[in-house]
Design a binder for this molecule. Sequence first.
Ligand SMILES: *Cc1c(COP(=O)(O)O)cnc(C)c1O
Length: 352
Amino acid sequence: MLTPRIEFNLTKISHNAKKLKEYYGLRGIEIIGVTKAVNGNPKIAFALVQSGIKILADSRILNIKRMREAGVQAQYLLLRTPFLSEADETVKFADISLNSEIIVIKKLSKIAIALNIKHKVILMVELGDLREGIMPAELENTVRQVLKLKGIELVGIGTNLTCFGGVKPDERNMAALSTIVTDIEEKFDLKLQFISGGNSSAYNWLSTTKEQGRVNNLRIGESIYLGKETLYNKPIPNLYLDVFTLIAEVIEAKIKPSMPYGEVGKNAFGVIQEFKDDGPMLRAILGIGLQDVEVLGLTPILDVEILGASSDHLILNAKQTHLEVGNEVAFNLNYAALLSAMTSPYITKSSN
Ligand SMILES: *Cc1c(COP(=O)(O)O)cnc(C)c1O
């Protein structure tokens, strides 16, 4: 089989999606399946839809196009605030988008009118993480303008936490979201369909709170793929943690010194590396590198140690494994490694 490759199990993805849908469903929360970490992979998207997920979300139009063109029947939500320059594609390919700029929504409106369709908008509100979102004091003003726009339907209010600032969803910011939603609904006499409280990091708040408030929607990626919540990286009960495995091949295996010898300067990435002299060791070089994957996010399943990587090589202390040329070495992946591996054209995608 080709290497490097990323293997994934569609039955396990379905299982995780169903369990999460059930878990959140019991709390009145619908989950949207986020596909950006898997590059909008159509097989995975199909598995999500077959597990009962009705809305798929991606940060990139290209990924949404990819899933649509593969015939995956779902509603599509664009996660990243649309670029002014891609308003056309946004309206054409996404049914719903998350927004925080009125100038963008006005352009979406123009295009929706021209196409004679309605584009749905969820307004993002800033609650402290400082990535996308309208400041709460500005929200009323924005809603007033959005409601006047033809071709646009305001369907919800959402927030995003734990992405830039690392701010946790807690009683205070989640209660603030509920209050904001209720205020807006009363002021404008409307009923919002989506109160979208966050991502895979909302798990801890939700599983411990007695006051869930108005939150009825979450956008979930990581928990489906890695079986974990994202705040403390803790496994969620009854989910598979081993959906994805990265496989690379040994291209050199030799006993070599553990210390580079000769005069040492900067390496290929401009860094002067520090080394420890552990005497001669079995070192294995794998045919995978920084151009393929976020190497820092890999954890070997065998008892070996990652010593470092360059563009195309990953260097292991092979310890007692007796690795030989041609052997395959398997790794678990974190979110960044998953994202990069699924996006890499050099890594074969292999589902079972
Ligand atoms: C990526 C993203 C998500 C999903 O996050 P996970 O940690 O994968 O659950 C949700 N919302 C927005 C706006 C995102 O960009």
